[in-house]
Design a protein around this ligand. Structure first.
Ligand SMILES: [Zn+2]
Ligand SMILES: [Zn+2]
Length: 127
């Protein structure tokens, strides 16, 4: 019994020394995102109109409803109030929803849903 345990331990050590640990694989570099222009797009938080703005702008004023939308950069975090207990929550840019650390309620941020909604709106307008 003791011998078998010792053998298996030795085998494990040999395996680790023989090669890189399992799961170690070279990660292919991400494909460069083509940026044909210096313009970026966001959806107005008020009227959900798609707005184009120069990349780097801090805020975008909607030409439709005059709402000033603050631009979130990829490295920034957003803030949203919990829909259940109104605690102010931080979420990484692009997150579709955020779970409240206080009451565990999941608040939908809806960035993805908004763009989907916008596409459906555009389709409806075209028909
Ligand atoms: Zn608007
Ligand atoms: Zn909450």
């Amino acid at each position: 019994m003791e011998n078998r345990e010792k053998e298996s331990m030795e085998n494990q050590e040999e395996n680790e020394e023989a090669g890189p640990p399992p799961g170690w694989q070279p990660i292919p570099p991400p494909l460069p995102v083509p940026s044909p222009s210096e313009m970026a797009q966001m959806v107005c938080g008020s009227c959900r109109r798609l707005l184009a703005y120069p990349r780097g702008a801090r805020h975008v004023k909607c030409s439709c409803c005059q709402t000033v939308n603050f631009v979130l950069e990829a490295h920034q975090v957003g803030q949203v109030k919990c829909a259940s207990c109104a605690v102010l929550l931080m979420y990484p840019y692009g997150a579709p929803s955020v779970r409240c650390s206080s009451c565990c309620f999941v608040t939908e941020i809806g960035v993805c849903g908004l763009s989907l909604f916008l596409c459906m709106c555009d389709l409806a307008n075209q028909i």
